[in-house]
Ligand binder design. Structure first.
Ligand code: 13P
Ligand code: SF4
Length: 300
């Protein structure tokens, strides 16, 4: 593994690349990262980087966002099959239908969407800024796609009328309120922190709700020693690494995002060697999608 990491680092320098790594990636991928973070933090890094090449260790929509924000750079997704199923749950046709049905509504798309869907939107959001983004709008009615759990969470923190869609994340939607209640009974001293993509009944049992980046920031301030974490299992590894003296348990049942785990050190090396898989978006779609992403970056 050491050799593989060394080869990746050398090639990365030769290519003038920056390696962006989502929190849900395998722990060995953290070791080659220039930046590890949540969707929002990594979008910001992608928009600010001076590197000539971006290697995105995450899923399809994240690399697409990087290309939308920095079209002059080469953006690579090491694993072509690393595709977020939730992002595929809303199509451009679905968006046009929703907009036709609610012509007065503003349209907010979660970053977990295709470039085409972003191009149909007024503004994007991530799990860390969804409430702020929705509350920044003038419109009373807000179409929110695709995650209906996140839409529900936002609706609890706004006076706007949220019009949800049919999408969900299979990783977060699986956490069980009944099992979490039992787990809290076994560990009454644990603080429960869950992601806003969880179901409302799971959110009701949590002490705090944060994006993956928000969890890290919160942990810096929290005085708790034990935590039950409701998000993809990879985040537990990240938290253990950052806060070695504390105990982290997964909310039950522990869930894995198979698409996030497709990226390996071998695929990153191959990606740098062959400059694959290049992510591009047709220019007319990219410029419209960029407006929605830029507007989000201005809000927060
Ligand atoms: P964040 O990193 O924004 O918390 O998003 C979680 C997620 O599911 C990304 O696909
Ligand atoms: Fe998509 Fe959920 Fe996996 Fe994130 S964790 S990439 S939202 S399936």
């Amino acid at each position: 593994m050491k050799d593989l990491i060394g080869r990746i680092r050398t090639l990365k320098e030769e290519r003038g690349a920056v390696i962006l790594v989502h929190n849900y990636q395998r722990p060995e991928i953290y070791r080659i990262a220039d930046h590890i973070g949540d969707s929002f933090g990594l979008s910001k890094k992608a928009s600010e980087t001076g590197a000539e090449m971006i290697v995105f260790c995450g899923v399809d929509f994240m690399a697409e966002c990087a290309h939308i924000l920095s079209p002059g750079k080469t953006t690579l997704l090491p694993e072509i099959e690393a595709r977020c199923p939730m992002a595929a749950m809303v199509s451009v046709e679905d968006m046009r239908k929703l907009k036709g049905k609610h012509p007065e509504a503003a349209v907010v798309s979660y970053v977990n969407t295709s470039a085409g869907v972003k191009a149909e939107s007024d503004i994007c959001c991530t799990s860390s800024n969804a409430v702020k983004v929705v509350n920044s709008l003038d419109e009373k009615d807000v179409i929110f796609v695709p995650d209906h759990n996140l839409a529900n969470y936002v609706s609890r923190h706004t006076k706007k009328n949220i019009i949800p869609c049919k999408g969900w994340c299979y990783v977060h939607d699986k956490f069980s309120a009944g099992m979490l209640r039992r787990s809290k009974g076994i560990h009454p001293d644990a603080e429960v922190v869950v992601h806003p993509e969880c179901r409302p009944e799971v959110i009701d049992l949590a002490d705090n709700i944060f994006s993956t980046g928000g969890m890290l920031e919160h942990l810096k301030k929290s005085t708790s020693r034990k935590f039950i974490i409701g998000t993809e299992i990879g985040m537990i590894e990240r938290l253990k690494m950052e806060f070695p003296g504390r105990t982290f348990l997964s909310a039950p049942p522990a869930n894995i995002c198979l698409q996030m785990k497709k990226t390996t050190l071998n695929s990153v090396l191959e990606s740098l060697e062959k400059e694959q898989h290049r992510v591009t978006v047709p220019e007319d779609i990219r410029t419209r999608a960029k407006k929605a992403l830029d507007r989000m970056l201005e809000v927060v």
